[in-house]
Design a protein around this ligand. Structure first.
Ligand code: HEM
Length: 297
């Protein structure tokens, strides 16, 4: 907490990322770091593998390529008739890949706290070169070249949610609500990573849906793919939300009790000096704790 003391000795209040750093320190004193780095390492490894596989195909820049699901269902779009389809899909994949890689750097706390400028720059790349183009292009592909109504629902829902959560997280940062910004950006990145969950659960969903292939699905490959793709998308979204909400809840539970029940909440009157220094209503408890720590000599 050397850093905190330096600040309190005088000059300027802590800036965004520094406050976030302090917020997290206040939230989770003495938390073992290794587990977090192991988890981040596993996520980074999965991203590396999935992007290597994806780009070994799309990196050929072959306009005859299209979605594998469409190829399996024999719904191929000829590049002569639909020249934009390939470029939209390729740009979506490029944006999504940027978001996946930039996001790992953003959730890595060491980088966030030690190099706030890098965090800011990579954050802009994540939002404006990653999530925004990836979601807008996913929406355009779905609108102009719909695979099916069944899959379009999940793709539109996921795109809008992904874009909305990310822009909300960015707006919170611009308002200086750092702890909330961090939580919403975690949510945004969970949606980015939902593609990894989709890849992981795909074989199981395929297995389950294929049990009815010759009965309820009448041996129709197109219907089978629509059912499988839409289910796998919804399940991927649901699992990703559950994981990130579970993590955020776990973090909240680990917070020291004094942070959850501040004296003011139990009806105790704050001294006048403390009332004067009371934070803006939008500040979260963690941020308030930072302010308190920083102003303590
Ligand atoms: C999470 C929000 C996402 C949404 C809503 C979304 C939506 C879409 C849509 C609509 C398509 C076109 C499917 C078709 O033409 O049949 C597509 C294809 C694709 N997307 Fe995404 N996507 C998302 C995230 C990602 C991410 C993070 C990546 C990682 C690189 C990614 C990689 C791909 C690839 C490789 C394809 C081509 C799939 C194939 O060959 O069948 N997407 N996506």
């Amino acid at each position: 907490m050397e850093h905190v003391k330096d600040r309190s000795s005088g000059d300027s209040p802590p800036r965004g990322e520094e406050r976030e750093n302090l917020a997290v320190q206040a939230d989770r004193p003495g938390r073992p770091r290794r587990r977090r780095y192991v988890f981040l390492g596993i996520v980074a490894f999965c991203i590396l593998v999935s992007l290597s596989i994806t780009w070994s195909r799309w990196g050929q820049f072959d306009p005859n390529l299209g979605s594998q699901a469409r190829e399996r269902a024999n719904i191929e779009l000829s590049p002569e008739e639909h020249p934009l389809y390939y470029w939209m899909l390729l740009s979506h994949i490029a944006g999504a890949s940027i978001a996946l890689v930039a996001g790992v750097l953003q959730v890595w706390r060491g980088l966030r706290t030690r190099h706030p400028r890098v965090h800011r720059t990579v954050g802009r790349v994540y939002v404006f070169a990653g999530v925004v183009p990836a979601t807008v292009l996913a929406l355009l592909v779905t609108a102009f070249y719909p695979f099916s109504v069944a899959t379009a629902f999940s793709q539109v829902a996921l795109s809008l949610l992904w874009l909305g959560v990310t822009l909300f997280g960015l707006a919170l940062r611009r308002q200086g609500r750092i702890a909330e910004h961090r939580r919403w950006m975690f949510r945004s990145y969970a949606l980015t990573c939902s593609v990894l969950v989709v890849i992981a659960i795909d074989p199981f969903v395929q297995l389950l849906v294929s049990t009815q292939y010759h009965s309820r699905l009448n041996g129709n490959l197109d219907i089978y793919l629509q059912v499988k793709e839409s289910n796998v998308n919804w399940l991927g979204l649901l699992i990703s939300i559950l994981i990130v909400e579970g993590y955020l809840e776990y973090e909240r539970m680990r917070r020291p009790k004094r942070l959850i029940e501040p004296p003011a909440a139990s009806g105790e009157q704050l001294p006048p000096a403390a009332q004067a220094a009371a934070p803006e209503p939008h500040e979260s408890q963690a941020e308030r704790e930072v302010e308190k720590t920083v102003s303590t000599p």
